[in-house]
Design a protein around this ligand. Sequence first.
Ligand SMILES: Cc1cc2nc3c(=O)[nH]c(=O)nc-3n(C[C@H](O)[C@H](O)[C@H](O)COP(=O)(O)O)c2cc1C
Length: 240
Amino acid sequence: MKSVAELIKGHRSIRAYTGQSITTEQLDAILAAAQQAPSSSFLQAVTIIRITDKALREKIMLLAAEQPYITAAAEFLLFCADFHRHQQLVPEAKTGFVEQLLIGATDAAMMGQNALVTAESLGLGGVYIGAVRNHPAEIGDLLGLPDLVIPLFGLCLGYPAQDPQLKPRLPRALVVHENQYQPGNKALVEQYDNEMRAYYAARTSNNKDQGWTSQIRGILSKEARPFMLDYLQQKGFCKK
Ligand SMILES: Cc1cc2nc3c(=O)[nH]c(=O)nc-3n(C[C@H](O)[C@H](O)[C@H](O)COP(=O)(O)O)c2cc1C
């Protein structure tokens, strides 16, 4: 059996599934692991919505960049930041702070990763779906999300029907600094661009001739969901 460290180092997103179901026991283990994640101020500011209804999953798939693995996955979990529960319990609660969005997002990320690592330990694979934020209001309407509840990301889970290569990460020295923030290191980035170009050229599906810098230039030259601030404020987040 792999150690937790080995398991985590072997992570690849899995976007193709065999169709085999996830058992109740496996799902229970995944959800228990998600719930045992650390939580900022122990607010537990997250709700997970398990999408079991096929037609609903199809609608979410269409709203989330039509990514087919959303409907193909054995399970699809939607992680939402949730301060509605707190406000129901404590009507005088002060809400609307940007800080609370950060709390909900960081709590959800930790829960999601506990869920994914646990799924991987059971022989399953998965991929997060940030594209649920392409149309958060429409997805919120489908799921009846009240004020102070917003979709952050989905998680597709299932038995892997693909065996992708590990995707190389930035050189450690660029990401881990000691005591003081370090200036960028062009030579290390170039080395990484070459490594990524080789990875993209060699990988079995969706291969391309691209380095990391050109990839992020493409992403960052477009606006990033510019509707988000309005949406968050409509839902009661980020007012102050
Ligand atoms: C919050 C989050 C949202 C993501 N959203 C998507 C998505 O919508 N579609 C997708 O195919 N992959 C998505 N991914 C997966 C990333 O593309 C993937 O983790 C990254 O390319 C690294 O590849 P790896 O996970 O195989 O190592 C997302 C990952 C994270 C953490």
